[in-house]
Design a protein around this ligand. Structure first.
Ligand code: AMP
Length: 276
């Protein structure tokens, strides 16, 4: 496995398929599922490890974001990765004021709560795509809105890169694996799985023949209340269209139930698909 700190050290063979998994490091089984999928499907796999300052708000956890490069590199090596790209901020952003903005889907939900976040994501992913030049790129459905933004980026700019969205990897108790779970206190860690359990119970109620919107609103509002009573500071819980992420007004076809909530100072997100 090679470690590239500069774009010109990546040297992949463009006559063979290149799979790419962008990450912010602090790798866990969620990242490894994406990497395994790329190794399985592509001739070569590149992983990037870059904590992207542009996607953090001024009051967010950029400085404290967990970093463990040595461990990450060992995990990539044993997963069969060909090259890990570990650039510096200065290498990635020679001009600080460059930004790609994807309208619409970037402005909703997390885009509202974290202004500029998805512009930061779109910008880094576009830059990394230009450096790595992958055929296929892998993203996790845990970050459902991010998947929608990347989908728009690739199709809107005609980048010609195939996308794979990989199912969320969870702890045995249902909590979605996340680098930020490391912030949870033991007490918060006990409460955290309620987020997914709540999504599950809302899904069951929605599928239980309740196909009218006013009733689904009530079910979702009750779920919000119960999360608040359990100690969550709920940012949003909503049933949305899978592509546009607009709230759905008629329950038909497929939809996504999305949630963001804080426990203490840790903000968690999760989502579940609902096939009606
Ligand atoms: P991050 O390092 O948090 O930026 O995540 C890098 C990639 O891993 C993103 O595409 C995430 O959606 C994906 N990812 C993070 N957590 C999980 C998980 N629990 N299951 C599947 N993919 C994940």
């Amino acid at each position: 496995m090679r470690i590239a700190r500069h774009p010109n050290e990546i040297t992949l063979d463009s006559t063979q398929t290149i799979g790419f998994v962008p990450t912010m490091g602090s790798l866990h089984e969620g990242h490894m599922a994406l990497i395994a999928e790329s190794v399985r499907e592509c001739d070569q796999t590149a992983v990037s490890i870059f904590v992207n300052p542009k996607q953090f708000g001024p009051k967010e956890d950029y400085a404290n974001y967990p970093r463990d490069e040595e461990r990450d590199l060992r995990m990539c090596e044993s997963a069969g990765v060909d090259v890990v790209f570990v650039p510096t901020v200065e290498t990635i952003y020679p001009y600080n004021n460059i930004s790609i903005s994807i309208g619409g889907v970037s402005q909703l939900w997390d885009g509202k709560s974290r202004p500029g976040h998805f512009d930061g994501v779109a910008t880094i992913v576009a830059i990394l795509f230009n450096i790595v030049k992958p055929n296929i790129a892998y993203f996790g459905l845990k970050d459902f809105q991010q998947c929608a933004v990347i989908d728009r980026l690739v199709h809107g700019l005609h980048l010609g890169i195939a996308l794979r969205f990989v199912e969320t990897v969870r702890e045995p108790d249902g909590l979605a694996k996340s680098s930020r779970n490391a912030y949870l206190t033991p007490q918060e860690r006990i409460i955290a799985p309620l987020l997914y359990r709540t999504l599950h119970s809302v899904k069951a109620k929605l599928l239980d023949g309740v196909a009218s919107v006013p009733e689904s609103d009530v079910i979702i509002e009750e779920a919000r209340q119960s999360l608040v009573e359990s100690g969550f500071d709920v940012d949003y819980i909503a049933l949305v269209d899978e592509k546009l992420l607009e709230p759905v007004s008629v329950l038909k076809g497929s939809a996504r139930l999305i949630v963001a909530a804080k426990i203490g100072s840790t903000r968690l997100i999760d989502n579940i698909g609902i096939l009606l």
